[in-house]
Design a protein around this ligand. Structure first.
Ligand code: HEM
Length: 435
């Protein structure tokens, strides 16, 4: 729980590409070999069940969340939401992210010290709210803007959601406090659902909430309000925490790789994108923010010469696959050049998982990273507060830089119109682990 990377690395060094770990309540089989990993994450979803491994999130995202579903119901929810993430919407999403980033960067001053993770959180949160609600108007969903970061902070303790610790203790336990915020979030979400249902333009809108509501009306069986609430919260949670950490890592790595920073800023000035793409891919390779994905076997399977019983939990270590020296020589080095001139080898680059569970927001997340990197690096020069690489810490549900990617704004390359700053609280530091 507290030192996952050294544990995974030492087990791989000692036992090879497949090993089991007793986690107390369950034994999991961990996989670090790229080909084995690919077989598991793209395996037949009837055999390799993902929803059954995500029970930890149930109290927050609810039983109808795509994360917890399997089989036909999972595919039904995926099909309903997929159009909101299609290529046709990328242009508008990119424009919205640019506008949000510009507004945020406009508040930065030369000499100011920033925790870039907090800055990225503000940008990513606002961006996902646009995807889900597409309500740009100031003041919309303010209650959610306050409650969701609070809810996420309460999820930060590894103990909050573990079933053993789900006790009320007269409303004082971390779990009870979390549930209190979840109930407030629910009220705000149901209010947003009712309001949108009454919107005369509902049929013309293409944000996630409108798609879910239209599916409710068109689909004979209907998606209940509870299912809509579960999916809205899932997307908000899955959508901003991950991108926040990924962006924070991209700056943390770039600030400590002067050659890469120089090349990127030079190419951005020339309006080129190849190196930018490579930076995004290399960041997601060397600092995958979701370090593992899991599947549970429904029937016995033969994997790497072992017969694994039905019920076995398989965990693909994205971190180990991405740090495999055969796929990536000198894996610890940040070298975007490895991704120039071609898309990453499918099996060895899996930051977004794969198969029918591949991350729904993968292309939006990469687009967001590119837009924000461009906006920041063409406007300001950043310098790391310390040259020592930041360690990896577990925050809420991702791996993030332990120092929150602290930086100093050295100078403004060009200025943007200041439009004010939004409320956003910093995440508390916890569970720091050595990378
Ligand atoms: C850098 C950012 C992100 C990373 C690294 C990431 C990573 C992942 C991973 C590893 C999975 C599990 C895949 C599997 O089990 O094979 C996943 C699933 C998912 N992600 Fe992302 N994600 C990111 C951003 C986003 C965004 C922006 C959204 C929404 C807007 C999103 C929505 C989802 C959803 C809905 C699922 C569940 C898909 C399913 O079960 O069918 N993610 N993501």
């Amino acid at each position: 729980m507290f030192r996952p990377i050294p544990l995974m690395e030492s087990c791989r060094d000692r036992y090879g590409p497949i090993f089991s770990i007793n986690m107390g309540s369950a034994t999991v089989v961990m996989i670090s070999d790229p080909c084995l990993a690919k077989g598991v994450i793209t395996g037949d979803p009837e055999t390799f069940r993902a929803g059954e491994t995500n029970g930890l999130f149930r109290p927050v995202v609810g039983s109808h969340s795509i994360l917890l579903l399997d089989g036909a119901e999972h595919m039904r929810h995926r099909k309903i939401m997929l159009p909101a993430f299609g290529g046709g919407h990328a242009q508008r999403f990119g424009d919205q992210v640019r506008e949000i980033a510009e507004e945020r960067i406009a508040g930065w001053q030369p000499g100011q010290r920033l925790k870039l993770r907090d800055e990225m959180e503000a940008i990513s949160f606002e961006s996902i709210m646009r995807v889900v609600f597409n309500d740009a108007a100031e003041g919309r969903h303010d209650r959610l803007r306050e409650l969701i970061p609070e809810m996420m902070d309460r999820c930060d303790s590894p103990y909050t959601l573990i079933p053993w610790f789900r006790k009320s203790l007269a409303g004082l336990s971390p779990y009870a406090r979390l549930m209190k915020v979840v109930r407030q979030v629910d009220e705000a979400l149901y209010e947003a659902i009712d309001e949108r249902r009454a919107d005369p333009l509902l049929q013309l809108r293409d944000d996630v909430l409108s798609l879910l509501l239209r599916a409710q009306q068109e689909d004979g069986e209907g998606l209940g309000d509870r299912a809509i609430r579960d999916e809205l919260l899932t997307l908000i949670m899955a959508g901003y925490e991950t991108t926040t950490s990924a962006l924070a890592w991209s700056f943390e790595r770039l600030m400590r790789s002067p050659e890469s920073m120089r090349r990127l800023t030079a190419e951005l000035e020339q309006g080129k994108e190849d190196y930018l793409n490579a930076v995004v891919q290399e960041t997601l390779r060397c600092r995958p923010v979701v370090p593992v994905v899991a599947r549970r076997l429904r029937t016995p399977q033969e994997i790497a010469g072992y017969t694994l019983l039905a019920g076995t939990i398989l965990m693909v270590s994205i971190y180990l696959v991405h740090n495999d020296p055969e796929s990536y020589p000198e894996p610890e080095r940040f070298r975007p050049e490895r991704f120039l001139g071609g898309t990453p080898e499918q099996a060895a680059w899996i930051p977004f998982g794969g198969g029918v569970r591949r991350c729904l927001g993968a292309s939006f997340a990469q687009l967001e990273m590119k837009v924000v990197l461009r906006e920041v690096l063409t406007r300001v020069t950043l310098r790391a507060s310390s040259q020592a690489p930041e360690r990896v810490k577990r925050t809420r549900f991702t791996f993030a830089p332990a120092g929150d990617a602290e930086a100093e704004v050295e100078g403004l390359v060009s200025s943007a119109t200041p439009l004010g700053r939004r409320r956003f609280s910093a995440a508390p530091d916890s569970g720091t682990v050595q990378a």
